[in-house]
Design a protein around this ligand. Structure first.
Ligand code: PEP
Length: 245
């Protein structure tokens, strides 16, 4: 399975620079051995969609609501994202779990809503530094996987150690291999044989210098990239480091 390199633009970029970044990413996407996806803020989706239409770069959003429609001021339904041209949506990013109190049960409901309209759900899981230091990381992350993924899940899991996000720190390759192996086992327990087909992305301070090493770790199915995805050159350099095949 090809690796997927996904750019989470978070709350950055107005429409015009977002479109320019998307244009540069699309222009550099030829000849890569991986899939590409970008996740702009809601307000830039239309501008980026216009640029990416017909390109192999998938458009995604950073969150959706679990309900189909209704009195949820400020929220966006999965069908609205599909209507805006999205093919994917991130759910359960640690920043949403932390700042918005999102629970794994709520994340699971969002993943269901996404799948119902044909969006690829990118479900994020990951431990804090305190949890890792206490030796609970694997158990906690595997529990997040079981609680956040609905039956029949066919999206993507992104393992993002919270202490690695935006810090410049990354786990060792051995730690990534151990966690991704444990997540694979959790997927197989939770989803049966379908769990073998779920890509497991690594996320947290991926940059052009460390990408090849991280992407070569067994069971790493790609990367979810924050800061480095805001520069086309860096994002494309990470994509160029993807494993072949
Ligand atoms: C993220 O928040 O999804 C992320 C991986 O950020 P960064 O690459 O900046 O650590």
């Amino acid at each position: 399975m090809q690796q997927l390199i996904a750019g989470n633009w978070k709350m950055n970029l107005l429409s015009r620079p977002a479109a320019a970044l998307a244009r540069d990413v699309a222009a550099g996407s030829a000849g890569l051995h991986c899939g590409l996806a970008v996740f702009p803020p809601f307000t830039a989706l239309a501008a980026v969609e216009a640029v990416l239409r017909g390109s192999p770069v998938m458009l995604g959003a950073q969150d959706c609501h679990a309900s189909v429609s209704g009195a949820f001021t400020g929220d966006v339904a999965a069908a609205m994202l599909a209507d805006a041209g999205c093919g994917a949506v991130i759910v359960g990013h640690s920043e949403r779990r932390h700042y918005h109190g999102e629970t794994s049960a709520g994340v699971r409901a969002k993943a269901v809503a996404a799948a119902a309209v044909g969006l690829l759900a990118v479900v994020c899981v990951g431990e804090t530094e305190v949890e890792r230091d206490a030796g609970h990381a694997v158990d906690l992350v595997c529990r997040q996987v079981a609680e956040s993924l609905p039956a029949g899940f066919s999206g993507v899991v992104a393992y993002e150690p919270i202490w690695a996000i935006g810090t410049g720190h990354t786990p060792t390759h051995d730690d990534v291999a151990a966690m991704h192996g444990a997540i694979r086992q959790a997927l197989l327990r939770h989803l049966g044989s379908d769990g073998a087909a779920v890509r497991i992305l690594y996320g947290g301070s991926v940059n052009p210098d460390n990408a090849a090493g991280l992407l070569a770790v067994p069971e790493v199915g790609g990367a979810l990239v924050g800061g480095a995805s805001l520069t086309a050159e860096k994002f494309l350099a990470i994509a160029a480091a993807a494993r072949h095949g």
